[in-house]
Design a protein around this ligand. Structure first.
Ligand code: PLP
Length: 383
């Protein structure tokens, strides 16, 4: 059976070029980068090259990159480090639509007595910058805002937010796990303090991520141990995956234009056809300020899980919300925060494409989906 994979915000296929770059570091070059001998030194050289490639994709300097195990670790590290740097401040500003990698640590801090502000979004998933500005005060230790939303693809105006924070010398963390590799990012130009990215969202393997920390920012490791990563993250480096991440970042830079043009056009065609041919289907999220690969569509009065199961029978892999929260039947916190009516939020499907998708994939989804929706509506007619 053919597989049409349109769940790339959950995870991505490891690019063949990435696997090829990694293999020598699993087979022959298995040394420890911290060793003094040449065998280890060669490996350290590969880690340094990966650091340069990762930095280059986002306009950072190599020494501003710390390799980590995943995006979640990067997000948690920032929160830990920023609060350690501001022991007398108790306010943290974030949004109601963050990924659980940020949302859950924030809820824990709230329980511990921190004044955590969860900024609301409007029905299109947009932030109100005046509300953000009003929340910033001298007691604010950190602002943590995602760049691209994993469920809807909505992009927050990070450049404006960075200016607002920089003017007040408040550190800004950007969870850019979904944005890196999909939109151009230039940290030389935008005064962001910390930025998290994750390998498996950009065609590198799972189990590797990176944190950008702007030079001059005080830093307290979350994982303390050996002197790896210049003392900023203990633990022997996951060399092969780091090499893979570096290769994936270079490839992402080369494919950035295609992401904005061909992938965006595929997404737009898929979305347009669904919205015009299937009754009571609604796009969820700002149509303009969006990741180029993502569309989230609410099908009124049916369950998203049922749609997914029937799509799956044809080998079509999509998602009914964030991958990390699927398995629970509660409507997504993102759609709830946008005020999407329950009957629609419940029947939401996220299609997230990648450079490996083709016109034939979109044709196949468009061939199968209308029948699936009609069948489900027949089974449980709702007025
Ligand atoms: N932040 C966002 C916006 C995400 O979409 C994800 C994963 O889905 C994460 C953080 C967590 O990344 P990781 O899976 O690498 O821990």
């Amino acid at each position: 059976m053919r597989a049409v994979y349109v769940d790339n915000n959950a995870t991505t296929r490891v690019a063949p070029e990435v696997i090829e770059a990694m293999l020598p570091y699993l087979a022959e070059q298995w040394g420890n980068p911290s060793s003094m001998h040449t065998f280890g030194g060669q490996v350290m050289h590969a880690v340094d090259a990966a650091r340069e490639a990762t930095a280059a994709l986002i306009g950072a300097e190599p020494r501003e990159i710390i390799f980590m195990s995943c995006g979640t670790e990067a997000d948690n590290t920032v929160i830990h480090s920023a609060l350690a740097a501001a022991p007398n401040k108790s306010r943290i500003i974030t949004t109601a639509v963050e990924h659980p990698a940020v949302l859950n640590p924030m809820k824990e801090l709230q329980k511990k007595g921190y004044d955590v502000v969860f900024l609301p979004v409007d029905t299109e998933g947009r932030l109100n910058l005046h509300e953000l500005e009003d929340a910033l005060d001298a007691n604010t230790a950190l602002v943590s805002v995602m760049w691209g939303n994993n469920e809807t693809g909505v992009l927050f105006p990070i450049e404006r937010i960075a200016e607002l924070c920089a003017m007040r010398h408040i550190p800004l963390h950007v969870d850019a796990v979904q944005a890196v590799g999909k939109i151009p990012i230039d940290l030389a130009r935008v005064p962001i303090t910390y930025l998290a990215l994750s390998g498996h969202k950009l065609h590198a393997p799972k189990g590797v991520g990176a944190l950008f920390v702007r030079k001059g920012t005080p830093f307290t490791p979350l994982i303390s141990g050996g002197h790896q990563e210049r003392g900023r993250r203990g633990g022997t480096e996951n060399v092969a995956s780091i090499v893979g991440l570096g290769r994936a970042c270079t490839l992402a830079g080369e494919h950035l234009d295609e992401e904005q043009t061909r992938v965006a056009a595929l997404r737009d065609r898929l979305e347009h056809e669904i919205l015009t041919t299937i009754p009571r289907a609604f796009r969820q999220g700002d149509p303009a300020m969006r990741l180029p690969n993502t569309t989230n569509i609410g099908f009124e009065a049916i369950e998203g899980e049922a749609i997914l199961l029937l799509l799956n029978e044809y080998g079509i892999c999509a998602s009914s919300g964030s991958a990390c929260t699927s398995g629970s039947l509660d409507p997504s916190h993102v759609l709830v925060a946008m005020g999407i009516p329950f009957t629609r939020a419940h029947g939401s499907i996220r299609f997230s494409l990648s450079r490996y998708n083709t016109d034939a994939d979109v044709d196949f989804i468009l061939e199968k989906l209308p029948g699936i929706i009609a069948r489900l509506r027949e089974l449980s007619p709702v007025p």
